[in-house]
Design a protein around this ligand. Structure first.
Ligand code: ATP
Ligand code: MG
Length: 388
């Protein structure tokens, strides 16, 4: 399957005489992708990460996630919300040929996992934000009753995971476009359950590291927040210190990106995620060409470093260079080309876009099924209330 995407990491950019045709990414290895998987980095950084638990996923559960159609296990308790309590909301796309009808409970094949997930939700206070090794199902929140990633039951989680193209990417294409050959690297899949917190998106930032130097920082949320401009220097310094102390010498690769959350009073940094130094990572307010070619600080020993370093009273070399910190300016959304919808072809890795395009028919069919199921549920509720 991956051959059709084979060239996408070495993305072709608009050819112009003074621009290279390919983005000059260093080789993206399987190990680099694996180093950015939550289960690889979390043990090392758990003290600086919001509370999370990992559930290792067996093959049978992965088969369930990969299968067409959305069949949910029956819910035995009184479901608090919208969801049809006895539901397999949808039967699988084709159940012919096997004996699993729509009423079958898919979780019989992965009962331990289901129960582990239930236990973790409870341990984390009843609400969690799920993700797989690399991706959260941000693109599927439309299907959730909360219109967010907040999950209170295992079924909330399964519905989000099964509806998300980003999750499909983790499952089918995680190692695509790596430079060290096809296949083989074993991925240990994990469901990451993060204790749900009400995050303020204005203070989520993405940070870019090249050659173990923090070269750029930007907002993750693409709205304008006036107050950020007054705090620019403080935030930059806070992130720089966090990077220097916590990440610079401990992350296995010299090039990577990391996401942070810096809630008021803006002096403590929480690590949210790592992402690969690769085209698949959204550069947000930057372009990859900029990030790959932005000037970086010289080492103090370098001959012409005098512009970037000075010696303070204690004879310590002080760095004058600072990472570029980019914020969304007022009235200037076009400046960065994100007036296009989020997760559009401009913002997504190409293979994800391709996959979702290929699946357009399926998505429409799915949406139709969803509408029909809702209509039936409404009708049923109406009939029941009329019976009352
Ligand atoms: N514990 C949490 N509770 C509530 N929301 C959260 C929590 N952790 C993260 N989020 C929200 O979910 C968003 C996505 O999380 P995360 O960065 O892990 O996803 P991702 O798929 O890796 O994203 P990207 O593709 O941009 O790297 C975050 O920007 C944040 O707003
Ligand atoms: Mg990420």
């Amino acid at each position: 399957m991956s051959t059709e995407h084979a060239d996408s990491e070495a993305s072709v950019v608009a050819a112009s005489p003074d621009q290279p045709k390919q983005l000059p990414f260093p080789p993206v290895t399987k190990q680099h992708i694996l180093n950015c998987s939550y289960h690889s980095w979390h043990p090392k950084y758990r003290a600086i990460t919001p509370k999370a638990r990992l559930v290792p996923l067996p093959g049978a559960f992965l088969d369930y996630l990969r299968a067409d159609g959305i069949v949910l296990p029956p819910e035995d308790n009184d479901n608090p919300d919208w969801s049809d309590a006895d539901s397999g909301i949808f039967s699988g796309a084709d159940n012919e040929g096997d004996d699993e009808g729509p009423d079958q409970d898919p979780s019989t094949h992965w009962r331990d996992t289901h129960e582990a997930i239930e236990a973790v939700i409870e341990e984390l206070g009843g609400k969690v934000a799920p993700k797989l090794n690399w991706s959260a199902p941000k693109d599927a929140t439309w299907i959730a009753a909360t219109n967010s990633m907040e999950c209170r039951t295992p079924n909330d989680i399964y519905l989000l995971l099964k509806s998300s193209d980003f999750i499909t990417h983790d499952l089918q294409h995680a190692l695509d476009d790596t430079t060290d050959g096809e296949g083989d690297a074993e991925i240990q899949y994990h469901l990451v359950l993060r204790k749900w917190i009400v995050l303020n998106p204005s203070v989520e930032f993405r940070c870019f590291v090249r050659n173990r130097k923090l070269i750029a920082i930007c907002q993750r949320d693409l709205n304008h927040f006036d107050f950020l401009f007054k705090m620019e220097d403080k935030l930059r310094q806070t992130v720089q210190e966090f990077f220097d102390v916590r990440l610079r010498d401990t992350f296995p690769d010299p090039n990577f990106t990391f996401d942070v959350y810096i809630p008021p009073p803006h002096d403590r940094v929480w690590l949210v995620d790592f992402n690969p130094w690769a085209l698949r990572t959204d550069p947000l307010l930057f372009s990859w060409m900029e990030l790959l070619t932005l000037e970086e600080p010289l080492l103090p020993e370098a001959e012409d470093a005098s512009q970037e370093f000075e010696v303070d009273e204690d004879d310590k070399v002080v760095e004058l260079w600072q990472p570029e910190f980019r914020l969304v300016r007022r009235d200037d959304p076009e400046a960065y080309g994100f007036s296009t919808p989020q997760y559009s072809a401009h913002k997504l890795p190409r293979d994800v876009v391709d996959a979702s395009r290929g699946g357009e028919g399926m998505m429409r069919e799915f949406a139709d099924q969803w509408k029909e199921a809702q209509r039936l549920a409404e009708q049923q509720a109406k009939e029941e209330s009329e019976d009352d």
